[in-house]
Ligand binder design. Structure first.
Ligand code: GLV
Ligand code: GLV
Length: 327
């Protein structure tokens, strides 16, 4: 007979769309962070202390210390495709499964990268503010001139699922596509006529540079002062991946000094803080990490994160496991 004590417990670090929570509640006792904010470290430790499964967000720092608070923790299900917030090596050492939510947010994130490309290139936000402020006094041949997107060169750093979805959209804009990754991606060359080049070559030639790489020790600050100086003066940088891929202080300097033309950013080095000076720059469009933020996609992420968690706890292979070596 199962008593309440022996019921499997799940800790969810923040309210996510209900269909995911409902899936978990069918099987388990589910505790959800009651606050509409990121938990403090102590609150996180308290929640994990008695949980068999953890459903967490990219804003939770899941360190070895968090794992060690509870020897019964079996699975960490991240509500994100990126999992740089989890010490995966530490989890693997402890036999804890780590899962993520790839695929379902690919198109949604690629759409947002495109929204930023178009918004910075065509000064959409500046124009909106200008109009709202009552400054529009009629058509003006020299008003808010931007740059063409059609026919330009797009540089994609990281040709994974999201990079490829960005490339697919670029074909509709007749763009030349360059990309850089750890190795050539043949499908991108066949389907999108994308050309594999060294990072500096991509930076030197591209009119728009968009980042779709994971954050790792190797990719941290892959775009710094030197890389920005290699870019064209008239080029734009777009980042919808992870903030620390870019040296944000160097980026603010480059934008201020006219080293590059502008930037469209959805992610920041020290979220939710912005580098000093960034918010004052007119040649940027800055969003609050909205890459996967549609109702449809966030709901799919919730059910996928729940399905990963249920599979792990039922002794089945989770559909999206990051460290399969623990199985
Ligand atoms: C969002 O940034 C994600 O990694 O899912
Ligand atoms: C993530 O989904 C990627 O591989 O780009």
């Amino acid at each position: 007979m199962s008593s309440n004590n022996s019921k499997t417990k799940i800790f969810v670090t923040r309210k996510i769309p209900q269909p995911g929570l409902d899936m978990l509640k069918e099987h388990y006792e589910v505790i959800v962070n009651p606050h509409n904010r990121v938990l403090s470290k102590d609150e996180l430790l308290d929640g994990v202390r008695t949980a068999d499964g953890l459903l967490c967000l990219l804003t939770d720092d899941i360190t070895a210390e968090v794992m060690d608070i509870n020897p019964n923790l079996k699975v960490i299900s991240n509500y994100a495709v990126g999992y740089n917030n989890i010490d995966v090596e530490a989890a693997t050492k402890r036999g804890i499964q780590v899962t993520n939510t790839p695929g379902v947010l690919t198109d949604t994130t690629a759409d947002l990268a495109w929204a930023l490309i178009m918004a910075v290139g065509r000064r959409v936000v500046e124009g909106d503010v200008f109009t709202r402020e009552g400054r529009f006094e009629g058509w003006d041949p020299m008003l808010l001139l931007g740059t063409d997107i059609t026919g330009k060169t797009l540089g994609i750093i990281g040709m994974g699922r999201i990079g490829q979805a960005v490339a697919r959209r670029a074909m509709g804009f007749d763009m030349r596509i360059l990309y850089h990754d750890m190795a050539p991606v043949p499908v991108a060359e066949e389907e999108y006529q994308a050309e594999f080049v060294a990072l500096d070559e991509l930076l030197r030639q591209s009119d728009f540079v968009t980042i779709h790489a994971p954050l790792t020790d190797e990719t941290r600050h892959m775009i710094g002062r030197r890389e920005l100086s290699v870019m064209k003066k008239m080029a734009y940088l777009v980042n919808t991946a992870r903030g620390p891929l870019v040296d944000e202080e160097a980026l603010v300097e480059a934008l201020r000094d006219g080293i590059i033309a502008g930037a469209g950013l959805d992610v920041y080095e020290n979220e939710p803080r912005l580098a000093s000076g960034l918010a004052e720059l007119p040649n940027t469009v800055i969003l609050p990490h909205l890459g996967s933020a549609t109702l449809e996609t966030r709901t799919k992420m919730a059910t996928m994160a729940a399905a990963n968690l249920v599979a792990a706890l039922e002794g089945k292979r989770p559909p999206h496991i990051v460290n399969p070596e623990v199985l």
